[in-house]
Design a protein around this ligand. Structure first.
Ligand code: M6R
Length: 646
């Protein structure tokens, strides 16, 4: 997730762009940049036609970098684009920051989204002599645009792209696979700004003799409340006195602007009351993006549409041959992490043992680092960390490295310390997580662990080709199933409104569901401050059942049909001692109807994978209880988002 803004109007563009960009810093903050069409430029001058300034780090560093030039009037231009980045391809650096330009500096581009076929396009451009400067997927767009603008387009519907920037953008977008919101400027058209979107959001702000583009409404609210929400595949050309909208076929469309009456803070949250709720709802996309980055599909014979998934590839981040050798030699998996990431590791243990038949240990990083662990060079050590900066996790990583283990990192932050110090890195493409309570980071960490476990299983011959492909197809369905749960969230809200005053809550489950119970309980603890524990259901009778009485709520997670009966017996035991009961289940046969006060249905499928979906109702339950108890779900007391000290 990144933030883009663009301006065309009567004012100097740079201060407006920087000001608007700051309102989008919640979308990404590892680097930023601006590009403006230089108003002093002409064919005979030696000045840059498009002035580009970029900087690693927060927007304030970019501001500091350009301050002196701004004072001197050295960055003057009335048309410009700017970007705040959350890295996905290439570490955060000045070079990888947007905007990106073509080799001649004629065209500049900002991009939010992921170009899935960028490797293919890059090779195509390189074979035509284009030299790349950055490691980003976005740079291909700048070069592709310039190619069409100077050479003409091949094999796309807009034939006359030479010298026509609008036609070049229209042609280029037909070559791009993935998600994008693009802002484009061209030195030969100093009166306009072009934008287009697919999957990634983009809005157009309509001002008086000025117009704007932005990834989100807060960026323009200081200037205007009249906006167009650009729809899927729409393009627009902005001038200072009007905006032309076009559909996917480059035909003009006309519609009324929308008047925004939200305040800035609710606009930043995309209309959700809190970041936590927004991030819970971002999970279908985050899961889709994380899987899509590695899923190889067979193109179906008809129409070139994506076919069934056939493989997983980590070659963007990883040298394939070395990686495969490590998989073959692996004797054991060791997973280490803290908090939510540790809970993902517990699910990972079940996944590696089931799908790859490899013994797997999972450890809390703060314990691992002090217990002189036994490690071997053929152990594969997986660290999981959203931030990539957690002190205990880093210490565990360094210890494992010093003992010769190979390190795979699963992290959400490109360029983080964990990513830099590991042998291999797999990124969760969740985008920035603002709420302290982790939600989308957890489910995308699970997606990465499942992908790795299946990859190990397939490479080591544990999974047959047919079984591997079946499981990949199941993984592909997870994102839609997550959406289905979110579409039916009112049941959970109703249940929360009846139960938010309970004094003791227990989550129980078996196997994968027991692992996911740990995270479900953690969400409730940190957000609602209700006392909550998770137990393997079979452990109840060995102690915890002594706590059960009429003030207790027991929530069971049940996604494995062969264990329904056993779990139902556990629920009956607590119900007979006065507990209120709820089940989160994929069962549709009514197996829990008689023993549970409430049944939350989740979609069914391969239970070892679908179990991960059970955490979404639990996240929602924690969120609603938190709000009902008057807490701030985004900032639970006593907690920090990133724990960089011991
Ligand atoms: O950034 P990390 O994933 O390394 O953070 C680890 C924990 O501090 C973190 O998961 C914490 O438990 C969550 N905020 C809980 O929701």
């Amino acid at each position: 997730m990144c933030g883009i803004v663009g301006y065309v109007g009567e004012k100097e563009a740079t201060p407006v762009l920087i000001n608007s960009l700051k309102k989008l810093e919640y979308r990404g903050y590892d680097s930023s940049g601006i590009a403006v069409i230089n108003s002093a430029w002409n064919e005979d001058s030696s000045d840059e036609a498009i002035i580009v300034r970029k900087c690693k780090g927060a927007i304030k560093f970019l501001e500091e970098k350009i301050e002196a030039e701004l004072v001197k009037g050295a960055i003057n231009g009335k048309v410009g684009i700017a970007h705040t980045r959350w890295a996905t391809h290439g570490e955060p650096s000045d070079l990888n920051a947007h905007p990106h330009t073509d080799v001649s500096g004629t065209i500049a581009v900002v991009h939010n989204g992921i170009i899935e076929n960028y490797g293919e396009l890059k090779a195509w451009l390189q074979s035509r002599g284009v030299v790349f400067k950055s490691q980003t997927d976005t740079e291909v767009i700048a070069h592709l645009l310039n190619y069409f603008y100077t050479q003409g387009a091949e094999g796309v519907r807009s034939e006359n792209t030479r010298g026509d920037i609008f036609a070049s953008v229209h042609a280029a977008r037909q070559k791009l696979v993935g998600s994008y919101a693009l802002g484009v400027i061209c030195k030969d058209f100093p009166d306009r700004l072009i934008c287009v979107r697919k999957e990634s959001p983009l809005i157009i702000g309509l001002g008086q003799n000025e117009n704007f583009i932005a990834s989100d409404v807060p960026a323009v609210l200081e200037y205007t409340r009249e906006v167009y929400f650009l729809e899927q595949d729409e393009m627009a050309v902005l001038y200072n006195d009007h905006v032309d909208l076009f559909n996917a076929y480059a035909e003009k469309v006309v519609r009324q602007p929308f008047h925004v009456d939200w305040d800035i803070s609710s606009a930043e949250k995309g209309g959700y009351a809190h970041f936590m709720l927004k991030e819970i709802h971002e999970q279908p996309k985050a899961l889709h993006d994380t899987l899509k980055a590695h899923l190889v599909t067979e193109k179906s014979a008809s129409g070139g549409k994506e076919g069934k998934p056939v493989a997983l590839s980590f070659s963007d981040e990883i040298n394939d041959a070395d990686f495969k050798k490590m998989i073959q030699n692996a004797k054991r998996i060791v997973i280490t992490a803290c908090g939510t990431a540790y809970h993902a590791g517990v699910v990972g243990k079940y996944a590696f043992e089931k799908f790859a038949r490899l013994p797997t240990n999972v450890d809390v990083a703060s314990e691992f680092r002090y217990r002189d662990p036994i490690l071997d060079k053929d152990d594969v050590f997986i660290v999981v960390s959203q931030s990539g900066e957690t002190a205990d996790t880093l210490a565990a990583l360094r210890l494992a490295k010093s003992r010769g283990a190979k390190i795979i990192a699963i992290t959400n932050c490109v360029g983080s310390t964990v990513s830099r110090e590991s042998d291999y890195v797999i990124y969760t493409l969740a985008g920035p997580e603002i709420a302290v309570a982790s939600t989308k980071a957890y489910t995308t960490q699970l997606m990465c662990l499942y992908m790795l476990a299946l990859c190990f299983g397939s490479e080591r011959g544990v999974l047959s080709r047919a079984e591997f492909e079946r499981l990949l197809t199941e993984l592909e369905s997870i994102s839609d199933k997550a959406q289905n749960i979110l579409d039916n969230k009112t049941e959970i809200q109703k249940f929360a409104s009846k139960q938010f005053n309970k004094s003791k809550i227990f989550y129980i489950g078996r196997q994968f569901d027991s692992a996911n119970s740990l995270e479900s309980a953690m969400k409730l603890k940190e957000d609602s401050y209700m006392h909550c524990e998770a137990f393997a259901a079979g452990e109840l009778k060995h102690g915890p059942i002594a706590l059960v009485d009429k003030d207790t709520l027991v929530i069971a997670i049940a996604t494995e049909p062969s264990l329904y009966e056993k779990l139902a017996s556990n629920i009956i035991e607590v119900k007979s001692r006065g507990a209120a009961t709820m089940v989160i289940t994929s069962d549709t046969s009514g197996a829990f109807d008689s023993c549970c006060d409430s049944v939350i249905q989740i979609p069914s499928g391969e239970s070892a994978l679908e179990s991960m979906l059970s955490v979404i109702p639990a996240q929602l339950f924690a969120y609603y209880c938190s709000v009902l108890r008057g807490n701030d779900p985004d900032k639970p007391r006593n907690l920090a988002k990133s724990v960089t000290v011991e």
